[in-house]
Design a binder for this molecule. Structure first.
Ligand code: NDP
Length: 338
């Protein structure tokens, strides 16, 4: 059983071989009542995992040194002592970054009864129909409270969360502007996702780009990156603007944090900034999310780009690549075919 084992708390960007590595270990299967053995088909690689590699206390427990790293996955039950999860059931839940996982008591697994014969790719259940999708849908609704005619600006706009935020905001009649880290990504935002404007934040002044593309000012900022982008955004926010603090990826590997210098803008412009973690709104939004996004996806009214790394061996490099912006769309790893 090949797994990605957590070895060390990284400083700066994680290093393969030093902080985590693929190792082959004997698969010990001694299922107790209610346990299942799953074959992992896809795992999701997400920015928050960098926090789980840190020794700092956070809202989610750190990875254990010497153990496989954990991810949400889509898996097939191949041995079962749990009547609710017979062999052949497709499930989603937390698994190791590995080929096979024993899930004690089938803990937190959710069956996906429609997945086997669905037109929707299996990987969607950890992407647009999974955690990143719920993040986008729920926070835009609850914190953003968007209204037709307003302008939203989204950073990391072509990524797992950003691309869905933008498409939902367009459906709701907002003017949608995004930033991304390459010209290809910007073209995707404009041509495929029909953003009203987009720019590459790496090739010019972020503040000048914001002023050029959003002369009317920003009503809602969907914050994925923090740092210099946040500082520039504060200059062009409109009075009573809302900032949805989803993440600040520019800071996750930074050895010295970026000091935002213009926080006084909050006072003069009566800005509101609210952070959240995806599960905060799950109870309130999960049912509507599954219905709405599932329907839009099946009807082809929204699209969703994924970046699929092949095989468990590719997972560590794909993870580092995602933290550096090499992913184009939601980063997943395909481990096996169904
Ligand atoms: P993405 O698919 O967007 O991948 C990460 C992207 O971040 C990269 O592709 C890169 O895109 C961008 N990026 C990396 N470094 C920088 C940098 N220094 N400055 C600006 N952009 C950078 O990831 P997700 O959509 O999964 O996550 C987006 C954000 O949402 C993250 O901050 C994440 O932590 C947060 N999040 C929060 C959740 C919550 O519950 N609060 C849940 C899920 C995600 P580019 O090429 O455009 O630079």
């Amino acid at each position: 059983n090949k797994s990605v084992i957590f070895l060390n708390h990284p400083t700066g960007f994680p290093v393969v071989g030093q902080d985590f590595a693929v190792q082959s270990r004997e698969l010990e299967v001694n299922l107790q009542p209610n346990d299942v053995l799953v074959k992992n088909l896809y795992i999701s690689l997400d920015p928050y995992m960098r926090g789980r590699m840190s020794s700092h206390k956070s809202y989610v427990a750190g990875f254990e040194i010497g153990k496989p790293m954990l991810a949400s996955g889509v898996s097939e039950v191949i041995e079962s002592k749990n009547a609710s999860f017979p062999v052949g059931t497709i499930v989603t839940g937390f698994v190791g970054w590995e080929e096979y996982s024993v899930i004690s008591g089938a803990q937190d697994l959710r069956p996906l009864p429609d997945a086997r014969n669905s037109k929707i790719p299996l990987s969607s259940y950890v992407g647009v129909l999974g955690m990143p999708g719920l993040t986008a849908y729920s926070s835009l609704k609850v914190i953003g409270q968007p209204k037709a005619g307003e302008t939203i600006f989204i950073s990391a706009a072509s990524g797992a969360v950003g691309q869905l935020v933008g498409q939902i905001a367009k459906r709701q009649g907002l003017r949608v502007v995004g930033s991304a880290g390459s010209d290809d990504k910007v073209e995707y935002l404009l041509k495929e996702l029909k953003f009203d404007a987009a720019f590459n934040y790496k090739t010019g002044s972020i503040l000048e780009s914001l002023k050029k593309h959003i002369p009317e000012g920003i009503d809602i900022y969907y914050e994925n990156v923090g740092g210099e982008t946040l500082e520039a955004v504060l200059e062009v926010m409109n009075t009573n603007g809302r900032i949805i603090a989803c993440g600040m990826i520019s800071q996750y590997n930074a050895t010295s944090p970026y000091g935002v210098k213009n926080l006084m803008q909050f006072v003069s412009k009566r800005l509101m900034m609210r952070g959240f973690i995806v599960f905060d709104f799950a109870e309130e939004c999960s049912a509507d999310f599954a219905k709405d996004v599932g329907t839009w996806l099946v009807k082809g009214e929204i699209i969703y780009k994924e970046d699929v790394a092949e095989g468990i061996d590719s997972a560590p490099d794909a993870f580092i690549g995602m933290l550096k912006g090499k992913n184009f769309g939601k980063q997943v790893v395909k481990i096996a075919d169904l």
